[in-house]
Ligand binder design. Structure first.
Ligand SMILES: [Zn+2]
Length: 155
């Protein structure tokens, strides 16, 4: 696994343990070249999902992108990161079990709203208010860039 800090390929696994109720393996990695430490997650990939945007374009489903939008909606909210990870895994499992590999972005947005509504009302309102505009817009990148809480400061 390539070091995200210096690009060195020869990194070491320091620790591996189950995460997200055994849905993932979390590995702590160390880069001997620069001393950098980072974490990777190993997950079962059931199927390759494709997102159909409202303009009809297709794009590979990107879990990181989904996670980014949810992370922004939950910024500064009292939600445990482990709980957020579980929620994201739950969303992905739901998408994977829908029986279709092609999923409209609208459906994904609705599933995310449902999940957020269950864990944090403020995050739900943030996401939903941007989502209303998003239905008129045509891509998820724009959606993510619009999804900023008013007091967005540090990461
Ligand atoms: Zn490095």
């Amino acid at each position: 696994m390539r070091c995200p800090f210096c690009g060195n390929i020869d990194t070491q696994v320091k620790d591996s343990r189950p995460a997200e109720d055994h849905v993932a393996i979390r590995r702590r990695r160390f880069c001997p070249a620069c001393g950098g430490r980072f974490t990777t997650y190993e997950r079962v990939q059931l199927r390759d999902l494709v997102v159909i945007k409202s303009n009809g374009r297709r794009e590979d489903f990107d879990r990181d992108k989904l996670e980014r939008s949810i992370r922004i909606a939950l910024q500064k909210r009292p939600v445990d990161p482990e709980r957020m990870d579980q929620m994201i895994s739950g969303i992905v499992r739901r998408l994977e079990s829908m029986g279709e590999t092609d999923i409209p972005s609208k459906v994904i947005g609705e599933i995310v709203m449902e999940a957020l509504a269950r864990i944090d009302t403020v995050a739900y309102v943030r996401f939903a208010s941007v989502y209303k505009n998003f239905q008129a817009a045509d891509d998820f990148d724009k959606f993510v860039s619009e999804l900023r809480p008013p007091a967005a400061a540090e990461e």
